[in-house]
Design a protein around this ligand. Sequence first.
Ligand code: MTE
Length: 313
Amino acid sequence: MPAYRPPRIAASEITPKGIYLSRRSFLGTAAGLAAIGLAGRDAIAAPLAAKPGAYKLDEKLTPLDAVTSYNNFYEFGVGKSDPKEYSGDFKPTPWTVKVDGLVGKPQEFGIEDLLKYQLEERTYRMRCVEGWSMAIPWIGFPLATLLDKVEPLGSAKYVAFETIVRPDEMPGQRGLFQPLKWPYVEGLRLDEARHPLTILALGLYGETLPNQNGAPVRLVVPWKYGFKGIKSIVRISLVEQQPETTWKNSNAREYGFYSNVNPNVDHPRWSQATEQRIGEGGFFGVENRPTLMFNGYEEVANLYTGLDLKANY
Ligand code: MTE
């Protein structure tokens, strides 16, 4: 990832929650749908109903504009504004996710199948290893729900994820400079994948996922650094060995398999002791705050009993 630059999010871009809520009800109307079409912003975003989930944060939500315009999605370019700017041609429908490997019932799921699961709105703290953080109201369902459908075998120890490769629609995958090896891949231990906090997200802020945030389906693991949250997933495989992960492949000294948020283990280039919350206070619209162990999700600590979290960063 390129060296950290202060986020250029203007304070004027802040969308207070009240406006977000009234916008949501507006989006539920025919006028709202027409406005989405006319505005052309995030062309595929459409209202997505979800029950309020148990996971809420007593923290200000990061403004929608910041969530959708300050992104890492290298398939569309390495700049923070590239994903929004260059993902307009990406077609997230039709789409299937293949779930295979060490399972009793391998299956392909269409997005319409995934939308039938009980969707919940969950606001999670998100922390990027580059030093910034956000609070995002995702819409999704526990990954464990999907894993149960395919009946993992006893030999399955890890879950491997893969992003789509579509150079025609993803400008970062064509041309001379290829920043990463494609497809983007990620992985979790099976118990991490089954943890109730781990979700597959289909939407945010009451709408389907914008392309730049990983349409139509992405992983969200709130106690790990953002790069574990693989976007635009086409394949999920249950495997026996620890799977390859994109950033570890790219630079194993800087990025490990676990990537748990840990203020005591600095990245070689960026301190992890504090973070800048985007869209809050300060000259750049950011606020410095201490980073919390497991990003504040202490309930996952028992997954790592006996594991040296300094050696296994
Ligand atoms: N998934 C794919 N396929 N390609 C990427 O480049 N970037 C990761 C992760 N998922 C990335 C990806 C990184 S580095 C981060 S910080 C998060 O997506 C950012 O998610 P957001 O843009 O929705 O905040």
